[in-house]
Design a protein around this ligand. Structure first.
Ligand code: OXT
Ligand code: MG
Length: 568
């Protein structure tokens, strides 16, 4: 053996970097500080792209959507206790939305934390993270870094994807070991998300139910978009001839203008269908749990494709569960359909098409108005055309009215181009998603934000300017949450849902060297967005929207509890 002084050494810092690179994890979203500042510097020096944010929650949302877009776990890096907690919201969000993500947080000294002796940023982070993610691990020894990261990657991407927490105590980074031993300890994860084939009889059962349908419907969820089985899904839908309804983030998986798209006939197809096939969509609140008024009185049979067996029968009986990864399930169904699959009854498909065309025609004139101040439809009509002309741009969308109306108005033309609030309807994903979308895809990003929604991540416009990302933020500024018109009749404080009137968000962008525009008409908005998309310069457009235009909670006002005793 070589004498101690000649042996090549490595340490925790380098092993973590090597393990990430070995597994193709080349981007980190985070905020520096003790004990991970040097790690970030060294990772950057080693060729990993390290994007430094202003708040961990936004870095975490960036990592979560990077996971959705790439099927690789998005990496978020934070400091201990407060930084960890800031990132944890995003980790829980990733888990709820089934996005693969790994939150890596530095942590304090185990001996002190466990005796609760008050270390710098002391917290038992592993215990806190556990109930909010899919798996949580801590690495104490440098020789376990390879295995630890491998476990984290597998947990994040295999089966139903989700968030994983990886706890790295400060001491780990500096631990030294023999370099050769270190290299050998690293693990390149093979087949991290193995295909899960559906059982042949489950596939046959599903086809039998589908074949017997008089009024079938396919619902595509964001799980279907995540699967990246775009061609197979399209072929399946087209071979079946069945109308399809995309959930918000599945819009564009097949184009919204596809002849079978029933997005604009939503309530009709939910009510009147007799067999519903769910593809990577869950029967949660967004689908009214598969029962009640929105599903009408007709008896329904549900077929469900999902990788998670426990999803079956979660809300209503699933008569044909198909458990497996969506790509494999759809391919098996396609193979079982053969060449002579009967088209659904024409009275059904034409009734759906008729309703859809009526709704589209009803909306069309509203999108052409050039009103000042702008209403939602006038402003969105412009953005709809811009997305039609630039179908590979990525649309980020959050708010209440700004979200719900944009979802209906802006047609999507390609898969995974619409990214929004997801399962929780969370505000704050905006700038984090915009940054990751630009970084991961290189495509121009259009972020359509309610003024309240924007406020949750607004400081990251500095990050957008710092990295010179092709992001155009359009703020639908109606002076508040839902509307800008509430008044507090009880005192001098402003009402709880309103903001400073006529705020100029565009000036925030100028403070960091980006382009700011104040747009008061649809024509001005159109010019400004097109200029931003052409130039790829970081741009923020303050779109002045009529403060009276919105409605309480957008399309989900029915979820607000009412006080019978409230003073009118
Ligand atoms: O068939 P029918 O007749 O029913 O018609 C439907 C379609 O067929 C038709 N349609 C079309 N017609 C014509 N042409 C086309 N192309 C077309 N496409 C569709 O339109 C209707 C509607 O279709 P849709 O949208 O598909 O159907 P519907 O019924 O709406 O679907 C139901 C849902 C539930 C699936 C859908 O509504 C949905 O996905 N909703 C998501 C809602 C959501 O997640 N909202 C966000 C949360 S709201 C609230 O919680 C807010 N907060 C609190 C808060 C949150 N969230 N987070 C955190 C961390 N803290 C606090 C806050 C603070 S929102 C908010 C800020 C709001 O203020 P902003 O300033 O940001 O925003 P503004 O409101 O703009 O001021
Ligand atoms: Mg608003």
């Amino acid at each position: 053996a070589a004498p101690e002084t000649e042996r090549e050494l490595t340490d925790g810092f380098n092993l973590i970097i090597d393990a990430l690179k070995l597994n193709g994890l080349d981007t980190i979203y985070g905020v520096p500080g003790i004990p991970i500042t040097d790690f970030g510097r060294m990772a950057q020096a080693a060729g990993i792209r390290v994007l430094s944010f202003r708040h961990e929650q936004n870095a975490g949302y960036a990592a979560s959507i990077a996971g959705f877009l790439t099927k690789k776990p998005g990496i978020c890096l934070t400091v201990s206790a407060p930084g960890f907690l800031n990132g944890l919201t995003a980790l829980a969000h990733a888990t709820t939305n089934c996005f693969p993500m790994i939150l890596i947080s530095g942590s304090s000294e185990r001996e002190i934390v466990d005796l609760q002796q008050g270390d710098y940023e002391e917290m038992d982070q592993l215990a806190v993270a556990k109930p909010l993610c899919k798996a949580a691990f801590r690495i104490l020894h440098a020789q376990d870094i390879g295995i630890g990261l491998a476990r984290a990657i597998r947990a994040a991407v295999s089966g139903r994807p989700g968030g994983v927490y990886l706890d790295l105590p400060a001491k780990l980074f500096g631990q030294v070991m023999d370099a050769e031993e270190g290299r050998k300890s690293l693990v390149k994860v093979i087949d991290a998300a193995p295909a899960q084939l559906p059982a042949p009889d489950a596939v046959q059962r599903a086809l039998d139910v589908l074949k017997g349908a008089k009024r079938p419907l396919i619902i595509l969820g964001k799980g279907a978009a995540y699967a990246q089985a775009d061609d197979a899904i399209r072929q399946f839908v087209e071979t079946s001839g069945i109308p399809f309804l995309p959930m918000s983030m599945a819009k564009g998986l097949l184009p919204d203008l596809h002849p079978q798209c029933a997005g604009a006939a939503r309530s009709t197809v939910l009510k009147d269908s007799d067999v519903v096939m769910l593809v990577g969509a869950r029967l949660n609140w967004l689908l009214s749990h598969g029962k009640g008024k929105s599903w009408g009185d007709q008896p329904k049979k549900f077929i469900q494709i999902d990788i998670e067996p426990k999803e079956m029968d979660s809300n209503v009986e699933i008569v044909a569960p198909v458990v497996g990864d969506i790509g494999s399930c759809i391919s098996a169904l396609l193979a079982g359909m053969g060449n002579a699959w009967p088209v659904p009854p024409a009275d059904w498909t034409s009734a759906v098409a008729k309703k859809r065309d009526e709704n589209v025609a009803k909306m069309a004139p509203r999108l052409m108005n050039n009103n000042v101040p702008m209403d939602y439809h006038g402003a969105l009509g412009v953005l709809r055309t811009i997305i039609a002309e630039r179908p590979d741009a990525i649309l980020i969308n959050e708010g209440a009215n700004t979200l719900d109306l944009a979802r209906g108005v802006i047609d999507m033309h390609q898969p995974r181009k619409r990214l929004d609030v997801g399962t929780w309807g969370v505000m704050g994903i905006g700038m984090g998603y915009a940054i990751a979308a630009a970084v991961e895809t290189g495509k121009p990003v259009l972020a359509v934000e309610g003024d309240s929604a924007f406020g949750f991540s607004g400081m990251e416009v500095e990050t957008i300017c710092r990295y010179n990302l092709p992001v155009c933020v359009v703020i639908f500024n109606n002076n508040g949450i839902y509307r800008g018109t509430d008044v507090n009749s009880a005192g001098d404080d402003p009402a709880t849902t309103v903001f400073v009137k006529d705020a100029r968000y565009d000036r925030m962008m100028e403070a960091f060297g980006g382009v700011g525009v104040n747009a008061t008409s649809p024509d001005e908005l159109k010019r400004a967005v097109n200029a931003a998309m052409d130039s790829r310069k970081p741009t923020l457009i303050n779109a002045v929207i009529d403060p009276t235009a919105g409605s309480e909670s957008g399309r989900i006002g029915n979820l607000n509890p009412q006080s019978a005793l409230k003073k009118k």
